[in-house]
Ligand binder design. Structure first.
Ligand code: CTP
Ligand code: MG
Length: 227
């Protein structure tokens, strides 16, 4: 089945505080979006839609050309919306009708290794309706009300969700059409529509660049080793 990837990159990056949209912030000589696209395009042929901050489509296109080279023609750029969910919806609307498997990926997870994409696609090819990468939670967790610790939470039953999150196209389209509220991620939106979503192993490098400390970490990870 034909695979499509929606790369959402339309956020403002408020928590990063870099003075402009996060997707265009440099990690090294390459932007967050350009790094994300390199990971996306390392996978075998897929249709790619980049969802850009409205008015910044040309900047997104420049990153597409730099990352995709002669495959740039298979990558579309569309404008996003005010929320991530609206941005995903805009990306879905731009996918070819022939796409049967859709991966939704945060550009902010710029260093996600290709193997994570492979695991999600493999789960869908094996018949899953939805599949998302997850990592075990490392910290000890507490349920807190105000300043009072109400309970310890058993972290063994918890996982942190990452992207790319993959779904059968008909299921994702249907779930988006049915959504009447804002969900925290696509897996939650699809689950609310009554579908089972399975977990596959995530990867530490699929962390989301959210804060300045995350950007520092990404910069160290891509820095060349000293000679
Ligand atoms: N995103 C989007 N459209 C939005 C909001 C978010 O496409 N209206 C994308 C971001 O570009 C990012 C991903 O969704 O790749 C995850 O969102 P987040 O990390 O929250 O990015 P921002 O919303 O840009 O950051 P912040 O919440 O700090 O403003
Ligand atoms: Mg956000």
């Amino acid at each position: 089945p034909r695979v499509g990837v929606v790369v959402v990159a339309a956020g403002s990056g408020t928590r990063l505080g870099a003075g402009g949209p996060k997707a265009f912030v440099a990690i090294d000589d390459r932007s967050i979006l350009r790094h994300a696209l390199s990971g996306v395009l390392a996978a075998p042929r897929a249709d790619v839609v980049v969802v850009a901050p409205p008015g910044r489509e040309d900047d997104a296109l420049a990153d597409v050309r730099a990352a995709a080279g002669d495959r740039a023609g298979t990558v579309a750029v569309v404008a996003g919306g005010a929320t991530r969910q609206q941005s995903v919806a805009a990306g879905l609307a731009a996918l070819s009708p022939e796409v049967e498997i859709v991966l939704v990926h945060d550009a902010a997870r710029a260093l996600t290794p290709p193997e994570v994409f492979d695991r999600v696609v493999a789960a869908l090819r094996s018949g899953a309706v939805g599949a998302i990468p997850v990592l075990p939670v490392i910290d000890t967790l507490k349920r807190v009300a105000g300043d009072e610790i109400v309970a310890a939470v058993d972290r063994s039953e918890l996982s942190a969700a990452q992207t790319p999150q993959g779904f059968r196209r008909d299921v994702l389209d249907g779930a988006y059409a049915a959504a009447t509220e804002d969900f925290t991620d696509d897996a939650a939106l699809v689950a609310a529509a009554g579908h089972a979503v399975m977990a596959v192993p995530g990867h530490p490098l699929a962390f989301k660049i959210t804060t300045a400390a995350d950007l520092d970490r990404a910069r160290h990870l891509v820095a060349p080793l000293p000679a």
